[in-house]
Ligand binder design. Structure first.
Ligand code: C6P
Length: 413
């Protein structure tokens, strides 16, 4: 992907100063938080935005005529506009607040794809998907008689595009792919995937959970039909995310849940559903979460996504190079285009043992299957140790990771 080179140097120490949680010791060592793919830390500005809402404006949205409700509604809708701008969606009607990527994918499976498919139809995903982009499609296939097809990945963790093109057939009704793999770091050629799919008239959903915190997202340039993101991986709060959907498609979809706010009028005879995007936001939403999400989007845009991407690309390269100096280290996922994740194993040591010993050194990584068990199977490993980087990480923290891995090697002989 082409990236703009920033003229001002990236000031990581200034960035770090904005994150209160980073300034602590774990087991007597300074915290090196390298588990950003699981969830990122929150800057003061996000914490403050949420605190302000509860201290000054707390009220339900779209309901009251009183001052507090008007303010809460304004800030909630401002947050939607921020997310719209962040993803470059054409209209705020195309941005539905959800609990996160998982809920967004389930919503699309239920409301858009399920009524479209039956026996003989196929849904196409890839072998590098997170469970959130596998299980909803399995449920859908079980219930409709459709078949789930899986495009394979190459030994370096890149998608096998030739196989993908072959699997994309006249039977394919829907394609759902991740933009960035959480277990491998692979960046998928989503524009190309969408182009090929649209040539066959097949709509595409992109799971952007791991892309949105790291690379600029432009849903219109990608021409994605649906795109899902999670606030908590983007320096925002947990429990909120966004589903982008093309207005023309959202308009055709049945509601996901029924309840308050998703209706225009209700009688026992007939309910008239609300306009977009409220039709998909039944019940009192996560108001403080959405406001925090909006603040997180402002924060990321303030840093500049190109600058963030350049900073994290440099960390991935540095980490890969340094880890490979340790005999017995194997990097899982070596695709040419990667974002922010370095998954590895150490010969003779279970990743959980590595994780536990790293924790004693103050280094936080995730170990396990990363909710992507088929990826582990593909690479013949039970689990990996995953270092994942964010805006505040430094090469010094990577040096500490590498020194800790060397120590693990010594302990286990
Ligand atoms: N991956 C990880 O440690 P939610 O939980 O709904 O915000 O996001 C789910 C999800 C979907 N797709 C991808 C590619 C993801 O990485 C995740 C979440 C975390 O890798 C937690 S399992």
């Amino acid at each position: 992907m082409e990236r703009t080179v920033m003229t001002t140097p990236y000031d990581v120490e200034k960035v770090r100063a904005g994150f209160p949680v980073l300034h602590q010791e774990v087991h007597g060592k300074p915290l090196a938080y390298l588990d950003n793919a699981a969830t990122s830390q929150k800057p003061e500005v996000v914490i403050e935005a949420m605190k302000h809402y509860y201290e000054a404006d707390n009220a339900n949205v779209h309901r009251g005529v009183h001052q507090l409700s008007e303010r809460a509604t304004r800030d909630y809708e401002d947050a939607r506009a921020k997310v719209q701008r962040f993803m470059n969606a054409a209209s705020s009607k195309e941005v539905v607040f959800v609990r996160g990527t998982t809920e967004a994918i389930n919503l699309v499976a239920y409301s858009f794809v399920r009524p479209l498919v039956g026996k003989g139809d196929e849904v196409l995903i890839t072998a590098m998907e997170h469970h959130s982009n596998i299980v909803p499609w399995q449920i859908l296939c079980e219930e409709t008689g459709a078949t789930l097809r899986v495009a394979p990945i190459n030994d370096d963790g890149a998608l096998d595009m030739e196989a993908f093109s072959v699997l994309l057939s006249d039977k394919t009704r829907f394609v759902s792919v991740t933009h960035v793999s959480n277990a491998l770091g692979t960046v998928n050629p989503v524009r190309e995937i969408v182009r090929l799919s649209h040539e066959k008239g097949v709509p595409v959903m992109v799971d952007g959970a791991q892309a949105a915190p790291h690379i600029p997202i432009d849903v219109r340039a990608i021409d994605a039909d649906f795109y899902a993101i999670s606030s908590h991986k983007m320096y925002g709060p947990t429990g909120v995310g966004a589903l982008y959907g093309k207005e023309s498609l959202l308009e055709t979809m049945r509601p996901y849940q029924g309840g308050g706010d998703m209706i225009k009028s209700v009688t026992f005879e007939k309910t008239v559903y609300n306009d977009l995007p409220y039709r998909f936001e039944a019940g009192t939403p996560n108001i403080s979460g959405a406001i925090g999400f909006g603040a997180a989007v402002d924060y990321l845009e303030g840093l500049g996504l190109e600058a963030v991407a350049a900073h994290e690309d440099a960390l991935v390269s540095y980490c890969t190079e340094r880890l490979l100096t340790v005999p017995g280290v194997r990097i899982i996922g070596t695709a040419p285009d990667k974002a922010s994740v370095v998954s590895f194993t150490l010969e003779g040591v279970h990743p959980h043992d590595i994780g536990t010993l790293l924790d004693l050194e103050g280094v936080a990584v995730r170990t396990g299957h990363h909710c992507a068990q088929p990826v582990m199977e593909r690479f013949g490993v039970p689990a990996t140790c995953r270092a994942s980087f964010g805006v505040y990480n430094t090469t010094a923290e990577i040096d500490r990771l590498v020194e800790a891995v060397k120590k693990v090697k010594e302990v286990f002989g």
